[in-house]
Design a protein around this ligand. Structure first.
Ligand SMILES: [Zn+2]
Length: 420
């Protein structure tokens, strides 16, 4: 939420590249390096993650004894060790049975134009975030942060939607008064470089109700404009009737979930149209909205076959938001019946789709950027394994390496490599 600071939806009131020490022999373990040891921009020849279980983000079953080959910041091969050869001269990093996943993506955050926050996300294994409202920040400044986040390995990669489109006096910060203006607003933002368009269908906040909102023709016009330029439109809603309106207007994505009743027909319609839903349970919790009702709604959407992506609305309301791994979101998704694998896919492949980055991020496969998280243990058995990754890599640069810590505390099973 939060297209205006401290303004709430009404209904809600209710309620490194670590210096990898080269090892001459393939398959030998590399020595662990300290966190953030490595200079930005360091590139190296091909290297391989070996001795790991691969969860590739596509939803495919985990692959034991896997290998991931990385070169020049990208994944060049991934699969079972028997099927993926080590390129000549490639250094092997033995992960001792740890689990490798795509870097996680938080598809709904706020206040991401901030170095400390971008670093905190990256270190926690959230290697990309999508900022969902730039408020008064000029688009050029949004884009400066966006490119800065890409040039610094230690920052989570930033995607941004720019300001939320609304009508004069409505919920959002870029007001339009006609379908033509709605179209021009969307085209202007896309020209400016945003990754997606965001509009609102919200009739109240801060105890007020009956606020003006976009007419159907305006919403259709901006969705259409975005589509012509290959961009998705996400529509903010918190109530079921507006969710339905958004879907009928062609929204690709729903920001938040309704906290009130949504009929099965609406969920079927949304699922049939391929709409992605980013529930953001955390902000509902923080506003005191009925979480049970939100969870029930997610169950309805899942039953209809709907596509879910992860986002916690960090900074989008009062109270605490997890600035690392959004574990509260995961717990609500679990409560709605999602499997650990479905939640991982929602946080990787599906969230990449929301960012318009499905071609370069979200799964571990040849050709994609090497944004990779390594965790001890099996996240499919317990998602808590995601909470403290033992390694985080962004575009092939290792920015966190805690393997040595794990060995010291005995939580990591690999035999420590010789020092020096
Ligand atoms: Zn938000």
């Amino acid at each position: 939420m939060n297209d205006k600071p401290r303004i709430h939806a009404a209904g809600l009131a209710l309620i490194a590249a670590a210096a990898l020490l080269a090892s001459a022999a393939p398959m030998a373990a590399a020595s662990a390096a300290p966190i953030h040891a490595a200079p930005a921009g360091a590139t190296e020849a091909a290297f391989a993650l070996v001795g790991c279980t691969l969860i590739d983000g596509s939803g495919a079953p985990p692959l034991a004894d896997a290998r991931v080959i990385i070169e020049g910041g990208s994944i060049v091969a991934a699969g079972r060790a028997s099927a993926v050869g080590l390129p000549e001269g490639a250094r092997a990093i033995d992960l001792g049975g740890a689990t490798v996943l795509p870097g996680l993506i938080n598809a709904h955050v706020h206040g991401a134009f901030d170095a400390e926050r971008l670093q905190a996300w990256a270190e926690a294994g959230v290697t990309s975030v999508r900022d969902m409202s730039s408020l008064g920040l000029p688009i050029a400044e949004v884009m400066r942060w966006r490119s800065e986040s890409r040039s610094r390995p230690g920052y989570a990669r930033l995607f941004a939607v720019g300001p939320m489109i609304t009508v004069p006096g409505g919920y959002g910060s870029l007001a339009v008064s006609s379908p033509r203006e709605a179209r021009e607003a969307a085209l202007g933002l896309i020209e400016g470089g945003v990754d997606a368009i965001k509009a609102s269908l919200e009739d109240g906040y801060a105890g007020r109700s009956g606020l003006p909102k976009l007419a159907d023709e305006e919403l259709v016009a901006l969705v259409q404009a975005a589509r012509e330029r290959g961009k998705r439109t996400t529509v903010h809603i918190t109530q079921g009737r507006y969710l339905r309106e958004a879907v009928l207007a062609g929204a690709d994505e729903i920001a938040h979930i309704a906290y009130d009743y949504v009929d099965p027909d609406t969920w079927r319609l949304a699922a049939a149209r391929g709409v992605t839903l980013v529930p953001t349970f955390t902000v509902f919790r923080n506003y005191g909205a009925p979480i049970d009702s939100c969870i029930r709604n997610l169950r309805g959407f899942l039953a209809a076959g709907g596509l879910v992506a992860t986002g916690n609305d960090f900074g989008g309301g009062p109270g605490e938001f997890e600035g690392g791994m959004p574990m509260y979101e995961f717990s609500c998704m679990r409560a709605a019946g999602m499997s650990a694998m479905q939640i991982i896919v929602a946080s990787t492949k599906n969230a990449a789709l929301c960012c318009g980055a499905e071609g370069s991020l979200g799964t571990i496969e040849a050709g994609k950027l090497a944004d990779i998280v390594v965790v001890a243990g099996n996240p499919l058995a317990d998602l808590a394994a995601l909470e403290e990754p033992i390694m985080v890599m962004k575009e092939g640069t290792i920015i966190v390496d805690r393997r040595d810590d794990r060995r010291r505390i005995g939580a990591f099973s690999a035999t420590p490599p010789p020092r020096g």
